[in-house]
Design a binder for this molecule. Structure first.
Ligand code: GLU
Length: 506
């Protein structure tokens, strides 16, 4: 690759279902690299496998990227100069390259039917179409020129396969792993063009990365075994000097044990793996995603960036712009990164805590409205949010943490205080309500001494009365400072709540 080439990277998902967090991380790393180098981030939809096509999956991918703020410069919806951006719409371009490879002796027509290949698999359980057996199978290498032409002219269904060299060592410099080598004798003759005229992933990915002038490719480690096929295609198509630089990203591993994190691990261990909710159109099964479970996109992106990368310091919180500035390929680790859901929640908690209220308020107001509160005191809401933010892991935690600021408690967790209740306590709260009535300055700093002095005068202990008071206001044994709650609820409301709860204790 020439160093002057403009940086152009691509995210190339197949629209087959929910988008795994590993897929979003791939998109993110491509994006970060492109933006850091003033380059372009391209979304290409790899939909050549018609049997795996799933309705709605492409729109879903667009929405996931938009939610994360990873916005493509070119995509099916925003075509640039290299379209179309869906491989199914580029179908016409692939055959000529496959034919070119056949003519140059790097590929061949294979006429074996699916049944014939199944037969082979029965006889040889480890069957691979390769240099070891290709001459005993039905293809343009084993048949005569005339036989081949006869079959082609009769439109006999056929595929085109790459002719892997029998015994060569090939390799490339991976941006993360350094030199990676492969023995061609271990790689089978992959299909390049299918019987339906569609290219396979191997052919399409090389043709399109070339046509779209992709300069760098960040993709998951699971694609490394395909690299020898791609390497040879770049060479055989005469584009070796234009080959992009590759980086194979470390796997995201399951939290327990080894192996790649799968959706099944999420179902098994009770955490999301998809970026957003995905409803399988065939089965109707809904899989919950990070977005709907209450993750902020900033936290999700931040968490993904640190799965396999760090900036070399202890810093863990990064916004997208800072990631663009600090991202470095050198600091991507070679080994897999274990996914840790507790850590993912920690990121969300930290982002909520640090986020400007104005950015959270639209979602919070929506939550409050769904609980039937229509008149929202925005000044109160702003203060309440600042107060409970540090207790929230998800935006949805707001209601359980703060509902009592907006509606009176329906239920009271009074069992523990009820057993120790007595007339003296009832009298205390009745008098307290009376004194509150007379109180001119309604603030936490005015109420707290009043309340505490009154306890001292009564001869009771602070602990005996603070908890019942909290429960009267809140309904349970939680929430921020009780005098702050007192101030925010306002005089009338506090007196009303004491009056409502007191008969339940007597
Ligand atoms: N279509 C492949 C996928 O679904 C793309 C792999 C690549 O980036 O080369 O992930």
């Amino acid at each position: 690759m020439s160093s002057q080439k403009k940086v152009r990277v691509r995210f190339a998902p197949s629209p087959t279902g929910g988008l795994h967090l590993g897929g979003v991380r791939t998109a993110l790393f491509n994006y970060l690299f492109a933006k850091q180098h003033g380059g372009d981030f391209i979304l290409r939809i790899e939909d050549t496998d018609q049997t795996r096509f799933v309705a709605g999956a492409e729109e879903y991918i667009n929405e996931c990227l938009a939610w994360c703020g990873i916005i493509p410069d070119e995509s099916p919806d925003k075509p640039g100069a290299y379209g179309p951006y869906r491989q199914s719409e580029r179908k016409a371009t692939y055959r000529q390259y496959a034919e070119q490879l056949v003519n140059a002796g790097y590929a061949y027509y294979a006429f074996d039917t699916a049944e014939e290949l199944d037969e082979q698999r029965k006889i040889h359980p480890n069957f691979r179409y390769s240099h070891e057996n290709r001459l005993s199978l039905r293809n343009s290498l084993s048949l005569s020129e005339e036989e081949t032409q006869a079959l082609l002219s009769k439109d006999h269904p056929h595929t085109i396969r790459i002719k892997m060299p029998e015994d060569e060592t090939i390799g490339f410099e991976d941006m993360i792993r350094g030199r990676v080598s492969f023995e061609t004798k271990l790689v089978d003759d992959k299909v390049l063009l299918k019987a339906d005229g569609m290219p396979t992933y191997h052919l399409a990915v090389v043709v399109d990365d070339h046509a779209m002038q992709i300069s760098h490719i960040f993709r998951g480690e699971e694609w490394l075994p395909s690299a020898p096929v791609h390497l040879l295609l770049w060479e055989y198509l005469g584009w070796k000097n234009e080959m992009p630089a590759w980086a194979h990203l470390p796997l995201i591993l399951k939290p327990d044990g080894n192996g790649k994190l799968s959706k099944r691990d999420g179902d098994r261990l009770g955490f999301p793996v998809y970026a957003m909710n995905w409803m399988d159109p065939k089965s109707g099964v809904l899989t919950e995603g990070f977005r709907e479970l209450g993750f902020l996109p900033e936290a999700f992106v931040n968490m993904l960036a640190l799965l396999g990368w760090n900036d070399g310091t202890d810093q863990e919180l990064f916004g997208l712009a800072e990631l663009v500035a600090k991202f470095s390929v050198e600091r991507i680790s070679k080994s897999g990164a274990k996914f840790d859901y507790e850590k993912a929640k920690w990121f969300n908690h930290e982002w909520i805590k640090g986020m400007d209220n104005s950015l959270l308020l639209p979602q919070i107001e929506e939550i409050i409205r769904t609980h039937g509160v229509s008149a929202i005191d925005t000044v109160l809401l702003d203060t309440v949010l600042s107060t409970v933010k540090e207790r929230m892991t998800f935006v949805s935690d707001f209601w359980p943490q703060a509902s009592f600021f907006f509606v009176r408690p329906e239920e009271y967790d009074i069992e523990a205080v009820k057993v120790k209740w007595n007339e003296q306590k009832t009298a205390f709260f009745q008098e307290l309500a009376g004194e509150f009535e007379q109180q001119a300055t309604w603030s936490a700093s005015a109420i707290e001494p009043l309340f505490k002095d009154k306890i001292v005068q009564s001869g009771m202990k602070i602990g005996e009365l603070m908890l019942p008071y909290r429960i009267m206001l809140v309904g349970g044994k939680f929430g921020p400072d009780v005098f702050l709650i007192t101030e925010l609820l306002g005089k009338e409301e506090v007196i009303a709540r004491i009056s409502k709860a007191l008969p339940l204790l007597k």
